[in-house]
Design a protein around this ligand. Sequence first.
Ligand code: ARG
Length: 565
Amino acid sequence: MKLKSHINQIIQDAFMKAGIAHEPTRVTESSKAEFGDFQFNGAMALSKVLGKNPREIAETLIKNLNFDTIIAKAEIAGPGFINLWLNPLWLASECEAAQHDVRLGVEKRMIPTKVVVDYSGPNMAKQMHVGHLRSSIIGDTLANLLDYLGDEVIRQNHIGDWGTQFGMLIAYLEETDKDSSVSLKDLEQFYKEAKARFDVDEAFASKAREYVVKIQSGDAHCLALWQQFITISLGHCEEVYDKLSVNLRREDVRAESFYNDALSSVVHDLDAQGLLQESDGAQCVFLDNDEIPIIVQKSDGGYLYATTDLAALRYRATALEAKRILYVVDARQAGHFKQVFALAKKAGFVSKEVSLEHVAFGTMMDKGGKPFKTRDGGTIKLIDLLDEAVTKAQDAVKDKSSYSKEELEALAKIIGIGAVKYADLSINRESDYVFNMDKMLSFEGNTSLYMQYAYARIQSIFRKYDGVIGGHIIIGDSLEHKLCVLLLGFEDVLNRAADDATPSQISTYLYDVATLFMRFYEQNPILKEGVVDEIKMSRLILADLSAKTIKQGLSLLGIDVVDAL
Ligand code: ARG
């Protein structure tokens, strides 16, 4: 149900009937109950254009407003605001329909867009660390969301598997070759050791450099070692995806190396268009107004991160035919994306109408406000962090539930991982945020546990009730009315979150639903003696729709619910 579109349409019809040949501004949710459910603020702006008093315009509009089904009442307030109240009968029947529908009334897009979501993108030289957490979680949510709304989603994991460090790693792998699965068990350690050798041992270093050239020129032996390294390394990442329930599979990997053969033609085509300039022996593009050039080829012939991204952009826009491409990458790469997007369009690698968006996110900080590091300054391994969250979750729920040990473990996984994901997804993605496990695992405030608790509480009502739900919603008070309006706004929220690529709009909404439901429930008991059947049914339907909305919303965020807490 596109609630706002319906109301906007009614306003638009009133414009037509009143003979006002202007595009109306959109309605907004009213900030207070006394201002109705929605507000139209367009009369003020129109007064300048039409040379009329805004209250007069508002009156004309109200006269032409269709009060048939959706709108129950309209009132002019202040200088010319129009406050709109929705018809409770209509709200009730639409909520009933949503409760019956597996998609909760959320329609799929009529015309799907082909969207590439580039996310996670870990570097194979090292273990995945917390820096990749945000990209994986935000990217996966956006991919889930767009898919749910009916877009054609192509997930792309642009892993860093190409570059000079691989020569070093392979040289070291060969040296310690006995059993690579053992030596690569701890990649971080392996990388450190290889780097230490590289820094002090000149013979080793030159061998490493030789290997770089060999890999890049396709030497079979070196490529086989490299492949082995990547496979093991990727396996480590997949363990993390598994724990996080991130939907990235092997097929979604389009590594940097995938574009290797396309790099020379990228440079060639830029050159053919007269876009290249040589600077200190390197091939560069100077875009208008940019002081820093984009270097596409180094003086030694090597290509760079930007060259690969240009090739990837071209591949995505042409071979994959994407019309929208999202890059879920750290905000610190904003400059890079601004440049490659501009160049890709200028060079015609990507046509003008394709939307290229850097979905930037901030840095994860520790409690002291510093970028997240271990005590000795190393990066924290993602897998350790997730395991810690699960252990802490077990503590948080052990007194709350009467579960067996196994059940408690399963529950802790859902809650612990959910808490980490939700904390990330519930803040404005561009802000830096403090990773605070205790706060994440709180039953209070905007946390996943609060939401899971609200869900479980509703399920417990149904366990006690244990009958069929039928009948109708009867809106009895203003809280019930508000809850219905909020629940019908689900699709609007999902669309906005998808358009702006901001998962936090979903979590803010779910928090509102859970909070409002709890207030509603306190005021309107359901199973208490004395509640007549008709009212009981009505409240049960609303409870069910609230629970289903929370469940569906959390599922888009990649978070599970539990039936009891
Ligand atoms: N591997 C990169 C990093 O860790 C992220 C890749 C993002 N995707 C892209 N197409 N550049 O910083």
